[in-house]
Ligand binder design. Structure first.
Ligand code: FNR
Length: 382
C-alpha cells in the first residue's frame, strides 16, 4: 500500500535517506574523492538519445534475454554490494530472493555479512562475487566452499587492489575497521527505526556482524584490523590467479571492473565467460571512465563474449541505452539496496517491477518488440 507512492527508483533513494543514519546512507550513496567517476556514469548515459520509430505494431513486446545459457525475464540484475545487511535487515538474502522471484538474479558480494550458504539456499540466485587474496593456497578452499553451497557463476572483482579513498565514509563515521564513535551513537539514537528494526534485528538473529565470506571459512570481524590486511592482500592478485581459478572452477567465470579492451581480451584468453564493465559505481579510481564509455571499444574487441555493464542505471531508458550500445545485460546497484533498506523483499520487487515497466513502455515508444530488434536497428545517437 505505502509503496503506491513510490513511482521510480529515485523515490527509493529519498526514502532511504530519511530512514538510514548518515554513516550508512553515505556509505551506500557515496563515490570517491571528487566524484568524477560517479558523475561520469550518469553523464555517459545522458549523452545518448533515441530516434524512435512510430506507427509500428508493438503489441508483442518482450524484454526477456538469454545470458550465459540462462533465460531471464528481465534485462537487468542486482549488482554485488558489500555490507548489505547493515543497510537492510537480512539484506543479502532479501536481494537474492526478490531478484529470483522477479525472474532475474542478484550477485552476492564477498563483502557480505551473511554466510554464502544461506544466501545460496534462501536466495537461489546462483551468482557470487569474490574478493580473493593474491595467494593461491587461499583461493582453492573458497572455490570448494562456493561449489558446495551451490553457486554456479563466479564474478572476480578486479578493481579493488587496495581500498579506495572514501573520504565521505570517514567524515560520516563509517570506517573499516568499524569503530563506534560518539557521532555513530548519536546517529543511532536519532534513527531508531534503523537501529532497532535493522541493526538490532540483525544482531538479535545472527550476532555480531562479521565478514562471513572473505576467507574460506570465516572472515574477520568488522571491528578488526584483519579487515585492512585482507584488502592489502589483494594488491598481488593478477591474471595468473584468474588462470588458476579458471582451471579449478567448473561454472561460469566473469571478471568485474574491466574498462580497457585489452583487459577484456586477456579475460577471454584466460577462458572467462564474460566481463562486467564497471567503475565500481564511481567508488574506486576517481576519474576512471564509466562502463558505458568503455562499452563500444570492448564490444569490438570481444564480439563473442558476454559483456555486462553497470553504473548509474536508474531508468528503463538507461537499460535500453546500454543494450543498444552492445551490452548483453545490465546491473543496477544502489537503488535496489535502498529499496531493501526501506521496504525489504516487497520493496526490491516493487523497484524491479517499476524498472521492468519502464523498459516495456520505452520499447513500445521506441517502436520495437524485442531487444534483438532494438540492437539490429540501433535507433540512437551519441
Ligand atoms: C558496491 N559495489 C561492489 N562491487 C563489487 O564487486 N563488490 C562489492 O562488494 C561491492 N560493494 C558495493 C557496495 C555498495 C554499497 C555499492 C553502492 C557498490 C559496486 C557495485 O557492484 C556496482 O558496480 C555499482 O554499484 C553500480 O553502480 P550503481 O548502479 O550503484 O550506480
Amino acid at each position: 500500500r505505502h509503496l503506491r507512492s513510490v513511482l521510480s527508483l529515485e523515490d527509493f533513494e529519498r526514502r532511504a535517506r530519511r530512514k538510514l543514519p548518515l554513516a550508512i546512507f553515505g556509505y551506500v550513496s557515496g563515490g570517491v574523492e571528487r566524484n568524477a567517476s560517479l558523475n561520469a556514469n550518469r553523464a555517459a548515459l545522458d549523452a545518448i538519445s533515441f530516434t524512435p520509430r512510430v506507427l509500428r505494431d508493438v503489441s508483442v513486446r518482450s524484454q526477456a534475454l538469454n545470458l550465459l545459457g540462462h533465460s531471464y525475464k528481465l534485462p537487468f540484475a542486482i549488482a554485488p554490494m558489500g555490507f548489505s545487511a547493515l543497510a537492510a535487515y537480512d539484506g543479502d538474502v532479501a536481494l537474492a530472493r526478490a531478484a529470483t522471484r522477479m525472474g532475474s538474479f542478484a550477485i552476492c558480494s564477498a563483502a557480505s555479512l551473511t554466510p554464502l550458504e544461506r544466501v545460496a539456499t534462501e536466495g537461489q540466485s546462483g551468482w557470487f562475487q569474490c574478493y580473493i587474496p593474491g595467494d593461491q593456497s587461499r583461493i582453492a578452499p573458497l572455490l570448494e566452499r562456493l561449489l558446495k553451497a551451490g553457486f554456479d557463476t563466479l564474478v572476480v572483482t578486479g578493481d579493488v587492489p587496495v581500498a579506495a579513498n572514501r573520504e565521505n565514509n570517514a567524515r560520516n563515521g563509517f570506517d573499516a575497521p568499524f569503530r563506534v564513535t560518539p557521532q555513530l551513537i548519536w546517529q543511532g539514537i536519532t534513527h531508531p527505526r534503523w537501529t532497532i528494526g535493522t541493526l538490532g534485528r540483525e544482531m538479535w538473529s545472527r550476532g555480531m556482524p562479521h565478514f562471513a565470506n572473505m576467507e574460506a571459512v570465516r572472515g574477520p570481524p568488522l571491528f578488526s584490523r584483519d579487515l585492512v590486511r585482507s584488502t592489502i592482500a589483494r594488491d598481488r592478485l593478477g591474471w595468473p590467479d584468474i588462470d588458476y581459478i579458471r582451471a579449478r572452477w567448473p561454472g561460469k567465470l566473469l571478471v568485474k571492473g574491466i574498462l580497457h579492451p585489452d583487459d577484456a581480451i586477456r579475460a577471454r584468453n584466460a577462458g572467462c565467460d564474460g566481463v562486467i564493465l564497471s567503475n565500481h559505481g564511481g567508488r574506486q579510481l576517481d576519474g576512471a571512465i564509466s562502463g558505458m564509455q568503455a562499452l563500444p571499444a570492448v564490444r569490438a574487441a570481444v564480439p563473442d563474449m558476454a559483456v555486462i555493464v553497470d553504473g548509474g542505471i536508474r531508468r528503463g531508458t538507461d537499460v535500453l541505452k546500454a543494450l543498444v550500445m552492445g551490452a548483453d545485460f545490465t546491473l543496477v546497484g544502489r537503488p535496489f539496496l535502498y529499496a531493501a533498506a526501506t521496504d525489504g523483499v516487497a520493496g526490491i520487487c516493487h523497484a524491479m517491477k517499476l524498472l521492468a515497466e519502464e523498459v516495456d513502455r520505452d520499447m513500445a515508444l521506441l517502436g520495437v518488440n524485442s531487444i534483438d530488434q532494438l540492437r539490429a536497428e540501433r535507433p540512437v545517437s551519441g
